[in-house]
Design a protein around this ligand. Sequence first.
Ligand SMILES: [Zn+2]
Length: 583
Amino acid sequence: MTSLKRLNTCDAETFTEILHGLYEHSPWIPQRAAAQRPFRTIDELKLGLQKVVTDANNDEQLGLIRAHPELAGKAAVAGELTPESTGEQAKAGLNLCTKEEFSALQELNGAYNSKFGFPFILAVKGGDGKGLSRQAIIAAFRRRLRNQAGDEQREALRQIHRIAEMRLNALLSYVPHMGRDIIEWAEEIGAMSEDEQGLTCTYMTQTHRRTANQLAKWMREAGMHAHIDAVGNVVGRYLSTDPQARTLLTGSHYDTVRNGGKYDGRQGILTAIAVVKHLHETGETLPFHLEVIGFAEEEGVRFKSTFLGSSAVIGQFDPKLLDLRDRDGQLLRDVLTDADHDVNAIADIARDPADLLGFVEVHIEQGPVLLERGLPVGVVTSIAGSKRYLVELKGVASHAGTTPMPMRKDAAAAAAEIILFVEQRCALDQDSALVGTVGQLQVPNGSTNVIPGACTLSLDIRAANNAARDAAVDDILAHIEKVCEKRHITVSIEQTVAADCAPCAPRLMEQLAAAVERNGIPAFQLASGAGHDAMLMSRVTDVAMLFTRCGNGGISHNPLETMTDDDADLSARILLSFLRNYT
Ligand SMILES: [Zn+2]
């Protein structure tokens, strides 16, 4: 049987011979990777092979892509595939296509080939290794046909790396057990939804409560004491043998946006459950109590108020929120009472900060940074806080035909200048992960033949630190004044949100980075542009976050959000290693 040890100690020729089937007809990849040995872990070996491809020239990369067969293509019909490809395509049921599906695939193959000049490549075994459905394959095919050429070439290479990863796992008889559990559990609770299609799990609905009960059940099975608290947080405790020990918190949220992804939030809870299950099975305890929290509400969908779960844990749940109503007019207070929760007990949820060692959250990245860098995980440096504004521009709505260009007071043209400035200014400070967005833009009562007399736009500016964000805000607000003065536009600016950035604690970041490196992965650091429960938790304790790569171009808050079992497994092993070595 092949082992990592054998691969590290054999001669380069044998190494290439053993691994030649990982990358289709491309022995140069293991050949060049041999020089990087020894590899400490399978994950490091995977990255080593991927690095060879990344460092190769464009012709070599294209050669690798073109060495792959078309999906259910001519080669498959003629039985000319490599044994690896035959097995994978058969597993996806591509040999069982209906006539319509087969001809759809042929047509897509043709269109794809003529647009990109290489065959469509998809790891048809999917994120969980069980195989994508033919419908999912055809949908992915159609989606990717719309990509730009450069993006698609990189996506093809990522799919090839995923295929190689699964082939390597099989070769080394390596099974990502914790990752498989996490993906399977995410599927199971992902199937509970308020909508028939897609995943919607908003606060205190029947779906939401079923999900909570399921999480509590898994926590108990994993060896935790579990309960659901007064706001619906699912809390599992894995006790230390030292009753005096303090508590380390981990977890994330289980509510979703409408038609959301299966991993946003939930991955952080399920990862912790998988890790505790592993500890429990091996009879291992920790020198501190480990508390896994499934936060009931983070997204703010149903009652338009975010972080209901974590605000209660830090003792900052505002009782006024109980008077909020959902879109059907139901009071939050009534919804909780109907679900047998005691609203008077919410204040008791608050943790004593003196008992806390910190909070560590594992979360899907929800963006393309790790994916583009070819890294499975990253250590978060800071959670960006946004400043948001509503900008109202007032010009003069005069006749589009009779008003000469120099005599106009066009509010939309002013808005256009402002938007471009936001884009240019925010591009200047990528070290601070500065981003600026105008997501809403309206010309109220606009008409084809009238110069826009008014224009409203939203402004959202975020960065990894308050100073960088505020410097950009100052420049943008000054520029708005300048543009409006020049164009004789009246402007009013209202601040709607001002949230502070939440820097991660260096001591926890360092320990998390060390755990990443122990697994053979470089500890890449990145800021979080999205808000997370860790942001609230940072008000009472030290926080750290581990991001896991998000597939499909980094899309999230969308049913296309995806993650592989290998990445989920690696994230779990990193959390496990972090806990075991925590000081
Ligand atoms: Zn989330």
